[in-house]
Design a protein around this ligand. Structure first.
Ligand SMILES: [Zn+2]
Length: 362
């Protein structure tokens, strides 16, 4: 394997070497004989194998074996400073240019044997079912398209209306009255003709209406509104299909997102297991019943809608690429507008008797 050094700067300081890659942290490495500095100098010339590096270092008077070089590279790899040179790009100049920033971003997570191009390929091979092309959905679709998700199925039953314009930047004035999903699909095609996109203009009135849509999806993103139980239908459909689900939205003063990893995390139905019985005559039960029945006018406006859409897209990216573990699995992440937008994690309770989790195919 040809090893490549990521963007780094270093300087010897007595017996130590100070190395910076990510501005958040400078590494201080013990390097009394200057061998690590010499290895970095050689790597900075361009991609090389351990054998080539050992020969080059020996030629400049630093006698090291190939095994010494491999140990040194493993050390640099553990700090995330080197990667597989062949996996830095997709191999098609147009695609590499299109995904320049995606490849650069995934470079953070690339290691020897874990090339950055692989993360982009996983996204291009993914099919995401997007529920809702409204407030959060509009920016979610744009974020997923930017990441280069290869196939999108967009589901919504609304038409574009003037009141959408505070937050739904997919749409133009001239689109008023048109179907949201048709226009959203058109936007995706114009944005990147390489993305396969399907518009489903359908009203969802139960989990069965989602069955055919989840069949070949790798992930469900977004949610449904209109019925207090609508997200429980999606929860059930996701668990039945064994497909992860990421969704988000806004209450009156809180942005919320969460994800469900079927068979792994607690689900949205589990989350209801510790709620009081709404028939009880207790303050908690009455408050719960009133909260559930509350009809909130949608106050999601541009900055919040984009935040929710992008957080859902980022969590979706974690599932689709495996770049890191999903962070919101089995948790509600609450971003409080009245408390400085600092995210707080609220794990769902686990319900061992959850009827929805029992459906998870794994
Ligand atoms: Zn459950």
């Amino acid at each position: 394997m040809q090893v490549m050094l990521k963007e780094c700067a270093w300087e010897s300081l007595g017996d130590e070497l100070v190395v910076v890659h990510d501005p958040r942290e400078a590494y201080t490495l013990a390097d009394p004989d200057g061998r690590i500095a010499a290895l970095l100098d050689e790597l900075a010339r361009g991609p090389a194998t351990a054998e080539e590096l050992s020969a080059a270092l020996s030629a400049r008077g630093v006698p090291v074996t190939e095994d010494d070089v491999r140990d040194g590279l493993a050390g640099l790899d553990s700090l995330g400073l080197v990667e597989d040179a062949a996996g830095r790009l997709l191999g098609d100049p147009d695609a590499d240019e299109r995904h320049f920033s995606n490849l650069t971003f995934f470079g953070v997570f690339a290691r020897l044997g874990r090339p950055r191009a692989e993360f982009v390929r996983r996204l291009r091979d993914s099919h995401v079912l997007v529920l809702g092309a409204g407030g959060g959905g509009s920016s979610l679709v744009q974020c997923l398209a930017g990441l280069g998700v290869g196939a999108l199925t967009l589901v919504d039953r609304d038409d574009i209306a003037p009141r959408n314009f505070a937050r739904q930047f997919l749409y133009r004035h001239a689109d008023i009255g048109r179907s949201k999903v048709d226009r959203a699909a058109e936007w995706v095609r114009e944005y990147d003709p390489g993305i396969e996109v399907r518009a489903v203009d359908r009203w969802i009135s139960g989990p069965d209406d989602l069955k055919d849509l989840t069949e070949d999806a790798h992930l469900i993103a977004g949610g449904l509104d209109g019925d207090p139980d609508a997200n429980l239908w999606v929860n059930e459909a996701a668990l039945r299909a064994g497909v992860p689900w990421v969704a988000g939205g806004m209450t009156r003063t809180q942005l919320i997102y969460f994800s469900v990893d079927p068979g792994v995390s607690a689900c949205l139905r589990c989350d209801e297991s510790d709620l009081p019985d709404p028939r009880e005559r207790t303050t908690a039960a009455v408050a719960q019943r009133l909260t559930r029945g509350l009809r909130l006018a949608n106050g999601l406006t541009g900055p919040m809608a984009m935040q929710v859409g992008s957080l859902v897209a980022y969590e979706a990216m974690r599932y689709l690429t495996g770049v890191e573990q999903p962070r919101a699995a089995g948790s509600r992440v609450v971003i409080d507008l009245l408390d400085g937008l600092v995210p707080v994690w609220q794990p769902f309770p686990r319900d061992p008797g959850c009827p929805a989790c029992a459906l998870a195919r794994r």
